[in-house]
Ligand binder design. Structure first.
Ligand code: ADP
Length: 264
């Protein structure tokens, strides 16, 4: 849609700018990180100077973490695409999420395994899943709840009408659903969630780049996203990814060709 196109152009410009700044900033951070750590270790314990050096080191670490986020966000353009089995990545990600969330949050998963592949960079798919699940978890942090993650292969013909003109050539798409029973969002928030740097999280906890990254990736993959939310009831994100219906000829040729020993 026109809105998505505008978003994409805005994202690209911000990505390039932020990527450049982040890269230079990273170079500045390296000596700050290294030397403050050295200082903290060399100074006598529990002195004011040591605590100061420690504080510099901690702050530099946080800055480096933030720069890392911005760099991944702006590096989308270098992604290398291969046929990706989303179900396999999803299963691994769910394991990871399960291990890192409190027991007050219950995870339900319904993953169709035999889906067609998607042409993508595996880390892009991983990022979509992680960004959506992290938000879902955050929304349920206080009260607990249910995180439902599902993956189904469907026909484009069955898509809701507003998502129909997806630009896809094929017949099939994957429907990834990430649903939570968390705090939900009001209309004003919903209108802005895909804007880069928009966040309602506490200072230091959110960058506001999670959903912009998801949109950036989906624009590249010809995917779509929709969201429904209700205050105090929860939120559902629906992601639609076009399937690869046949392998590209180069990939098909190399994957059907057994690799011969190098010595021959
Ligand atoms: P960040 O997570 O760093 O804030 P995002 O782009 O991922 O950045 O999200 C932007 C905002 O969208 C969040 O701060 C939050 O207000 C809202 N949001 C995203 N997902 C959810 C969700 N599952 N439930 C409630 N609010 C959400």
């Amino acid at each position: 849609t026109e809105r998505q196109l505008r978003q994409a152009q805005k994202l690209e410009a911000i990505g390039t700018l932020a990527g450049g700044i982040a890269h230079d900033f990273n170079n500045i951070l390296t000596p700050i990180l290294g030397f403050s750590q050295m200082l903290a270790e060399g100074l006598p314990e529990n002195t004011r100077n040591q605590e100061s050096a420690q504080a510099i080191y901690q702050a530099a670490l946080r800055a480096s973490d933030l720069v890392g986020h911005i760099l991944t966000f702006s590096r989308q353009a270098d992604a290398e695409r291969t046929p990706v089995h989303v179900a396999a990545i999803l299963k691994e990600a769910v394991k990871f999420v399960r291990a890192s969330i409190p027991s007050t949050i219950n995870i339900n998963q319904d993953i169709q395994i035999n889906c067609l592949p998607v042409l993508a960079d595996p880390t892009q798919i991983h990022q979509i899943i992680m960004n959506l699940s992290t938000n879902a978890y955050y929304a349920m942090q206080e009260k607990g709840g249910e995180l439902t993650i599902s993956l189904k292969q469907k026909k484009y013909a069955d898509l809701p009408p507003d998502l129909e003109e997806s630009g896809a050539n094929g017949m099939y798409y994957l429907h990834l659903k990430v649903q939570d029973t968390g705090q939900g969002m009001d209309k004003e928030t919903m209108d802005r969630i895909f804007d880069p740097y928009f966040t309602t999280k506490k200072r230091g906890e959110g960058t506001g780049l999670g959903l912009s990254t998801v949109i950036g990736i989906l624009n590249q993959l010809g995917g779509r996203i929709s969201v429904e939310s209700k205050i105090d009831a929860g939120t559902v994100f629906n992601v639609y990814l076009p399937c690869m219906e046949k392998l590209p000829s180069a990939a098909a040729a190399s994957s059907s060709q057994p690799i011969k020993g190098n010595g021959q």
